[in-house]
Design a protein around this ligand. Sequence first.
Ligand code: TXA
Ligand code: MG
Length: 539
Amino acid sequence: MNTLLLSALDAKTPSIAAEIIKNGELVAIPTETVYGLGANGLDPEAVAKIFKAKGRPQDNPLILHIAEAADMEKYCHSIPECAYKLAEAFWPGPLTLVMPAKKIVPNCTTAGLPTVAIRCPDNAVTREIIRLSGVPIAAPSANISGKPSTTTAQHVLHDHDGRIAAVVDGGPCRVGVESTILDLSDEKPRLLRPGGITEAQLQAIVGDIILDKAITASVEKDEVVKAPGMKYRHYAPDCQVLIVDGDLPAAVSYVKAHFAPGNRVLCFEEELEAFKGFAPLAYGKNADRDTLLAGLFAALRELDDPSIGTVFARCPDGSGKAVAVQNRLGKAAGFTRVHPRQKHFIVGITGGTGCGKTTALEAIRLCSGMVIDCDAEYHRLLESDTKMLSAIEDRFPGVVVDGKLQRKELGKRVFAQEAELAALNAITHPRVKEAVLDMLPSTPSLVAIDAIGLFEGGLADLCDITVAITAPEEDRIQRLIRREGISREYAAARIAAQRSNEEFSKMCDYTLENDGTYEDFQRKCLAFFSRPDIMKEKP
Ligand code: TXA
Ligand code: MG
């Protein structure tokens, strides 16, 4: 097949392209986000050609592109009021809305889902093509599946020359990353994919929105996700991408220590000078996030080269448009990242059972931190640490038999005997502290020390900051009942036997209260642990 290259500037282009669409063939179309690989979205045979050309998994649905907002009523039902408000505010533009699909939309377009994704793109020529073809155009990003998206007509030709009917060349895409996807088919709007329209812009119109888990982390292969596309490895050049966080001096020393011939650095324009000698490629200015979005895919394509070993990539921090870069670059890197530091940053985490410490620790891991579970470490030492066991035996003769600690016996000796318990702690606490120090990684890192007795054991002295995790008592009771299958009375008694939320809060530098949904708390923790001011200094 000879692929026609049509110019968007040519007045005849819309009618030629529309004719091809009507004939059931593929046309790559320019949009403000990325180039799409378009076909008649109501024609299963035409849609099948998209999947074939891209090598796209069949369970990954397509976005229907419409020429004007009013057309959403042709393909969706139960359209909520806020969809009209969002369309008014952002269409034509880089926002896709997911809503219940009408029967007219074929299964191959929705991948069998009851919903359909709809978008009105901000490109006059493309909207004219849609209008003239008289059908909605189904169009995924025009790249071969798994590869970086296409932001120029040349990218499309690189992937599909000779295999599709036509490409409409509308120049480089203005936004540069795919549309923001908001699912309106549930009770609360849910952000499925970040893009050029930010969370804050959406919130201003629809209020609270839920952030889908797939945005910030990799998804297990069999996990059910709302946007099926989010579970695949994506945007990935043919080499290893590793995100290097941290401030510039720390990142430069990390790259210096790990760089091998043939490696590359993907960085901000402001950092080109600092990475001189390490084959740097800039994708935009950190000070102007729009340029990062616009340049990311072209840069990833340039690095799509099997002869390159590792690409050390710099990723913008913060919120707003940076989130779309964090998501795309994160996926390109399979969410592998390092956070080089000049020295360890140690966070002490404490709080009662059922408050959500696990969620906070998960967030630390997502911020590439390491977690040391001191209670587990304490139990391990009691099992096997000969040095500690012999000190215990010296002070409490008879409690260690054949190198094994008789826990019940020791328990009896210290139970309700303050002085005895203090003597035991005087042996175990320093040993746990020593063990924690031994576990610290050899390169400076973010480390969380998780200990119920953070302060009693003197572990807090090792910490740069301490954080109390608290939650309303009723939520904790419910969580314990669910998690451990215990009775309400027993759950309440366990909570009552511990320090109160207020006591934990008072002892710590910061408090994170888990008083909403799981997602709310996860988001709160991620925002907290990625705050540079917190990660630098003690209040
Ligand atoms: O900016 C864009 O959105 C570009 C241009 C061409 O418009 N298109 C694009 O399409 O990015 P694609 O296929 O690369 O990504 C569409 C994403 C996929 O992650 C897919 O799983 C999700 O949208 N999606 C489509 N229909 C859905 C639905 N009914 N429910 C949830 N997610 C859906
Ligand atoms: Mg895509």
